[in-house]
Design a protein around this ligand. Structure first.
Ligand code: ADP
Ligand code: MG
Length: 239
């Protein structure tokens, strides 16, 4: 691990109670994502991909192992500290954009600053700048029902950028989109990862677009086997 790692998971195990016993959703997973790099995470349904993101996002504490986000060891943080880390360092993008129906695209972004306690007039300018960056300059005043699925996902991405995250966690961002729109969303995530210098983990079923990213990790039954980590520039070994 270097200081520039956006995310370092070391020996992370996550167990859920399962009847009399436990289910290992993550089994001794180690993964290092450098700043400015984007990793695809694939694997069958139920293999633990979303669990890995939830642990990296500090939404769930692992049963054992170490989770370091942008240099901060999350084991040392209490709940309030984890909330602050999430707010200031982590961007989350899910399959469903979860936009608020009554707000315009610009307002979806501005409200995240309000929730952070930032009441700056700069929020509106930044929101417009980010919408422009994701190709939605002309849609700033549109409400979700006036946008296409691909445009709503772009608003979702722009919203995740508002907090200037060090780590971007993306779960199946293209599952609801056609091939062409999916490709442009993945290309956008690659471009933003480079431009802003955060580290990105993108869970995807769409292996077509995996070669656009820096590396791919494959999950099976909670395990991320080292020999399954193939490369376009082996993530982990490069650190
Ligand atoms: P994926 O995202 O790859 O489909 P998940 O991380 O959602 O996989 O799930 C991994 C395993 O953990 C599955 O067996 C799933 O049923 C189980 N699981 C996920 N969330 C919970 C939970 N909150 N409680 C109990 N088991 C869970
Ligand atoms: Mg999932």
């Amino acid at each position: 691990m270097t200081a520039s790692a956006a995310l370092s998971l070391t020996g992370v195990t996550l167990e859920y109670p399962d009847g009399e016993g436990t289910l290992k959703a993550l089994d001794n997973v180690s993964l290092h994502v450098p700043a400015g790099r984007i990793l695809s995470l694939t694997g069958p349904s139920g293999s633990g991909k979303s669990s890995l993101l939830a642990v990296a996002a500090t939404l769930i504490r692992p049963t054992s192992g170490s989770v370091v986000v942008s240099g901060t060891d999350t084991a040392l943080l209490d709940d309030a500290g984890r909330t602050t880390l999430r707010r200031d360092k982590v961007g989350l993008i899910f399959q469903q954009p979860n936009l608020l129906p009554s707000l315009t695209a610009a307002e979806q972004l501005i409200i995240t600053d309000r929730l952070r306690g930032v009441h700056a007039s700069a929020s509106a300018a930044r929101a417009l700048e980010l919408l422009d960056l994701v190709g939605l300059a002309s849609a700033a005043d549109k409400r979700p029902h006036q946008l296409s699925g691909g445009q709503r996902q772009r608003v979702n991405i722009a919203r995740a950028l508002m907090g200037s995250p060090a780590l971007m966690l993306v779960d199946e961002p293209t599952a609801a989109l056609d091939h062409e729109r999916s490709e442009s969303i993945v290309k956008l995530l690659v471009q933003l990862t480079r431009e802003f210098g955060f580290g990105t983990v993108m869970v995807t079923h769409d292996t077509d677009f995996v070669p656009l990213t820096d590396a791919v990790a494959v999950m099976r039954d909670g395990c991320l086997k080292d020999d399954l980590l193939t490369n376009f520039g082996r993530v982990g070994a490069a650190l």
